[in-house]
Design a protein around this ligand. Structure first.
Ligand SMILES: Nc1nc2c(ncn2[C@@H]2O[C@H](COP(=O)(O)OP(=O)(O)OP(=O)(O)O)[C@@H](O)[C@H]2O)c(=O)[nH]1
Ligand SMILES: O=C([O-])CC(=O)C(=O)O
Ligand SMILES: [Mn+2]
Length: 613
């Protein structure tokens, strides 16, 4: 029995949607906020919200940038928490060996206890949002309930939200209910001071794939709290995609135009903090080539009537890694941020009210660092957290492709899989066919980064860059990829490539461990080879792991790169690959019968090509 609730704002609901109203009422009765606010997404609301956050000390207004803000999190709440992320399917076999699992009833029992009274003294915001264009045939709605005004402001940047969404939802559209609390109630009567970044030591990021619900508790950090992003658009959407025959992927989408005016659309999956935002906004260094951005993190892909695979970016903003971003590496991100309207989290603050982070040229003589302490270049510490982020409207990106708003998306010509590997993986290799490409994706490996809590720099398998985001059994996910290929006309499938911008000169031998390939804008040279492979004009040599550029086929004109480094970047060393085999074998074994036989066959074929019995 839910007790009758009288919460200020609850009866002023601007919607006839009875299920939504009932759910908001139920959550308010459980979490007991002081008031309920229905977000309309307006400019006025943004101003009120950011003013309030500035007044409470949660945000600092940047003097040097229009309508932009600096936020610092609690030092313990800086990244996604994979250990605390759960797929609560009815059957544990549906979560698979790569996810944490708990029975849905047990998780709901535990979290209901945590949610009990968790919003006391706070405001509960109702955020109606839509992932992807509102003009889609079936718009993908969600509603997030949260006690964090930081989340509201960030969701306004990252999603289409507010009154237009509620109107479109009408009285009975289905939506994904997303419940979020920072888990830090303000005790009534007691003198509990609110902190600038409330959060809880206890954290749960829970997904209920059968009922398509998301419950998040204890963290305010983006990937754990902006529930339209990873939780909905990847974990829940991957389940919907499995059921409906499409793909929800951790991919950027870009449009590439050659000097002859030939347009190709490329999607690329790299793990967190491995270069998606940078590639999506790339400024080509080769003359006449043009890149336009469609998305930097998530792609929803389904077959169109013409049999081609179309990709849509469900997001409305960019939530990008700050360190390393500057005028040299990613000028388009800098131009996007210069337009203002952004929130910067866990970067450093300059004395004249601007932001700074590692990689942005010479450091100023004095900064306030991400922990709020004085910082000088001599202090020997990072001024910004390695996972510090900018949150900014994608509409401000000066090279946003006009197709971005098209609900049908763009037809993908090539899919790149890539990771961060110091060794072994060459700059670029092309898959033989779809099944081999799926094998390359399924065995993708990368060094862990600061985007998730845990040790950095450890090589792990990160299939399709989706390890933390597949909402079901990874073996079934591979089978779904294989099936998508089987259903398609092979001549219309995207070609699949494997890339690695992060190979290093040997550290053990003579080398100094520098990046062999200059990366960033120079990656346009690799994109050019990809396009020429599709067009059938670029030469390649066959290797055990796929085709790599033939000598001279990669355009390095005008590039200041030694022949030695280029050769080392492109090299396929059979010994290094033989050393990977036991890891790939063990990786596949854990999926048991769920691993598609064609992937075992691909591994056997690779073994044979490497001369391993
Ligand atoms: N050496 C090198 N570093 C790169 C390259 N591209 C990106 N980086 C760096 O890698 C880090 C992460 O890059 P992003 O483009 O933000 O990665 P992402 O995949 O979008 O990350 P998420 O937002 O976490 O999903 C940044 O510090 C970049 O400067 C490259 O081509 N070469
Ligand atoms: O979700 C986040 O926190 C940021 C992100 O894009 C990722 O980690 O891949
Ligand atoms: Mn990401």
């Amino acid at each position: 029995m839910v007790a009758p609730v009288t919460v200020q704002g609850l009866d002023q609901a601007p919607t006839p949607h009875t299920r939504l109203l009932a759910w908001v009422r139920e959550v308010a009765a459980l979490t007991r906020p002081e008031r309920v606010v229905w977000c309309d997404g307006s400019e006025r609301e943004w101003r009120a919200m950011t003013d309030e956050l500035v007044a409470s000390g949660a945000l600092v207004r940047l003097a040097a940038r229009p309508n932009s803000f600096w936020a610092r999190t609690d030092p313990s709440d800086v990244a996604r928490v994979e250990e605390r992320t759960f797929i609560c399917s009815a059957d544990p076999a549906d979560a698979g060996p790569t996810n944490n699992w708990m029975a849905p009833e047990e998780m709901k029992r535990r979290m209901t206890e945590l949610y009990d009274g968790c919003m006391r003294g706070r405001t509960m915001y109702v955020i109606p949002f839509c992932m992807g264009p509102l003009t889609a045939d079936s718009p993908m709605f969600g509603v997030e309930l949260t006690d964090s005004p930081y989340v509201v402001a960030s969701m306004r940047i990252m999603t289409r939200m507010g009154t237009s969404v509620l109107e479109k939802m009408g009285a009975d559209a289905s939506f994904v209910p997303c419940l979020h609390s920072v888990g830090a109630p303000l005790e009534p009567g007691a003198e509990t001071e609110d902190t600038a970044w409330p959060c809880s030591e206890t954290k749960y990021i829970s997904h209920f794939p059968e009922t398509r619900e998301i419950w998040s508790y204890g963290s305010g950090y983006g990937g754990n709290s902006l529930l339209g992003k990873k939780c909905y658009s990847l974990r829940i959407a991957s389940v919907i995609g499995r059921d409906e025959g499409w793909l929800a992927e951790h991919m950027l989408i870009l449009k590439l135009t050659s000097p002859e005016g030939v347009v190709k659309y490329i999607a690329a999956a790299f793990p967190s903090a491995c270069g998606k935002t940078n590639l999506a906004m790339l400024e080509p260094t080769i003359p006449g080539w043009k890149v336009e951005t469609l998305g930097d993190d998530i792609a929803w892909m389904r077959f169109g009537e013409d049999g081609r695979l179309y990709a849509v970016n469900p997001e409305f903003g960019l939530f990008g890694v700050a360190p390393g971003t500057d005028w040299k590496t990613n000028p388009n991100a800098m131009r996007t941020l210069a337009r203002g309207n952004s929130i910067f989290t866990n970067v450093a603050l300059t004395d004249d009210g601007d932001i700074w982070w590692e990689g942005m040229g010479e450091p100023p003589a004095h900064l306030t660092d991400w922990r709020g302490a004085d910082w000088t270049p001599e202090s020997g510490e990072l001024s910004s957290h390695p996972n510090s982020r900018f949150c900014t409207p994608i509409s401000q990106c000066p090279i946003l492709a006009p197709e971005y708003e098209d609900p049908r998306g763009v037809p993908i010509d090539a899919i790149l899989f890539g990771g961060r590997r110091k060794t072994t993986v060459p700059l670029v290799a092309e898959a033989r066919d779809w099944a081999h490409g799926v094998y390359l994706g399924a065995t993708l490996s990368s060094e862990t980064t600061a985007a998730a809590v845990g040790k950095v720099g450890v090589v792990r398998r990160d299939p399709m860059a989706m390890l933390p985001f597949i909402g079901y059994h990874a073996g079934d996910y591979f089978a779904h990829w294989i099936d998508m290929g089987k259903k398609a006309d092979v001549t219309k499938l995207p070609r699949i490539f494997y890339v690695n911008w992060f190979r290093r000169a040997s550290v053990e031998g003579e080398g100094d461990g520098h990046f062999l390939w200059p990366g960033f804008g120079e990656n346009s040279r690799v994109l050019k080879w990809v396009v020429e492979r599709i067009e059938g004009t670029a030469a390649a040599v066959d290797t055990p792991i796929g085709s790599v550029p033939a000598p001279g086929a990669l355009d390095v004109a005008g590039l200041d790169l030694s022949a030695e480094d280029l050769a080392a970047a492109l090299r396929v060393d059979p010994d290094e690959w033989r050393a990977e085999l036991p890891q790939i074998q063990a990786w596949f074994e854990q999926f048991g019968e769920k691993l598609p036989g064609v992937l075992w066959a691909e591994l056997d074929a690779l073994r044979a090509r490497l001369g391993v019995a």
